[in-house]
Design a protein around this ligand. Structure first.
Ligand code: TTP
Ligand code: MG
Ligand code: MG
Length: 384
């Protein structure tokens, strides 16, 4: 790695929900366990103090598995598999109900433990984060090991870490030696470690794109790297094919964006049925006002005010328009947001039916505590 190379880590907890359950039920260690049951699958305490667990063979219903222990995965049982199907593969696997409160609790604990060592953290969901280690002096393996130990001491859980020059490669790496893995990669390792992997291992190549690539005979990331740019462009359009070309070479310049500094706060909603500006006016206005209120609540909760108010509309034909307006002073109250967003709405065409509506507040700054003055009133919108 040269001196300017970034060091980005991706940390992902191992079998997260299942591992949290094992903290509570240590007698299940080493067994195939799946998470995804309902409250009827809660273990019951017997008279002798041991617990009686539900097992998959008794399961009837249409539930799917949320996650499974590595012992269950060895039997072919994975996330998103139907429970009845899983029961055929692993009839003796223990079934436990989901308990999101516990998972959120442990999520907070592990993120806090990481931040105490390396504060530049991007939150990517309940069990994973990116960490920018570039500014740390410590040697990569020692530093990553220290983070793993801190997570384990704070939670009793194990995680896997990938460290690479960017987020794309770090994310792939954290998965290579799971569970309890630590994988460190440089750009020079891309041909040997990354190219043999299936193309869908790239975060951003979804099932549809993977299927299309397969049809073109492109199975691995290496196949993708060797494919002519013109061929990709013919099948995937200009911007996605350019992105494919870059990621196949392991190139990714996205910064780690720490959650403490959001660029904007927004809310949007896709309607169950497309709505018409005139015929569904009242309904649209109600939704529009509610979105403004929710954005305002988000701003209050997170302690921000913003100067740029924007809207987004997606029409029935999937074309999208945005409009925004920048105010003389920052706001966070629903009336001011609603008024500015209403102004934006007067500037968009409203002939077509609408499938999505969004409201955004940008140009954020920390709220300095200025009290709000304006009351909220509805109904000055330019839908005609
Ligand atoms: P993952 O990190 O994808 O999976 P995992 O932590 O269970 O296992 P691994 O060791 O491979 O990382 O997801 C984190 C949690 O998110 C997982 O414990 C349960 C939940 N989840 C779902 O609810 N549905 C899903 O389809 C997946 C994949 C995960
Ligand atoms: Mg995980
Ligand atoms: Mg994960």
């Amino acid at each position: 790695m040269n001196a300017n190379a970034r060091r980005i880590a991706h940390l992902d907890m191992d079998a997260f929900y299942a591992s949290v359950e094992l903290l509570r039920y240590p007698e299940l260690r080493g067994r195939a366990v799946v998470i995804g049951g309902r409250s009827v699958h809660q273990p019951v305490m017997r008279d002798d103090g041991t617990r009686e667990f539900s097992v998959l063979r008794d399961y009837v219903g249409r539930g799917v598995i949320t996650t499974s222990t590595y012992e269950a995965r060895a039997l072919g049982v994975f996330s998103a598999m139907g429970m009845m199907k899983a029961a055929q593969l692993a009839p003796d696997a223990v079934l436990l109900p989901v308990d999101f409160d516990s998972y959120r609790h442990y999520s907070r604990l592990f993120k806090k433990a990481v931040a105490s060592i390396a504060p530049l953290v991007e939150d990517r969901g309940i069990d994973e984060i990116y960490i920018d280690l570039s500014e740390h002096e410590e040697e990569t393996r020692a530093l990553a090991t220290r983070i793993k130990t801190a997570v384990n001491e704070a939670t009793g859980l194990s995680c896997s870490i990938g460290v690479a020059p960017n987020k794309l490669l770090a994310k792939i790496c954290s998965d290579l030696e799971k569970p309890d893995g630590l994988t460190i990669l440089t750009m020079a390792d891309v041909p040997t470690r990354i190219w043999p992997l299936p193309a869908r291992k790239i975060n951003g190549i979804g099932p549809k794109a993977a299927e299309k690539l397969t049809a073109l005979g492109i199975l691995t990331i290496g196949d993708l790297a060797r494919t002519d740019a013109g061929v990709l462009q013919d099948h995937f359009g200009r911007s996605y094919s350019a992105w494919l070309g870059n990621v196949a070479q392991g190139i990714d310049e996205r910064p780690v964006s720490t959650s403490s500094e959001p660029k904007s706060i927004s809310r949007e909603t896709t309607f169950e049925h497309d709505l018409h500006a005139r015929h569904d006016r009242d309904k649209l206005l109600g939704i529009f006002t509610a979105l403004c209120t929710r954005v305002s609540e988000d701003l209050h909760r997170k302690g921000y005010v913003g100067r740029t108010i924007g809207i987004k509309l997606r029409y029935a034909d999937f074309s999208t328009v945005t409009r925004d307006v920048t105010l003389p002073a920052s706001v966070n109250d629903p009336a001011a947001i609603r008024r500015a967003a209403g102004e934006c709405l007067r500037r968009v065409p409203l002939e077509q039916r609408i499938r999505l509506l969004g409201v955004r507040v940008g140009a954020l700054s920390k709220n300095d505590g200025t009290p709000e003055r304006e009351d909220f009133s509805q109904g000055e919108l330019g839908f005609e």
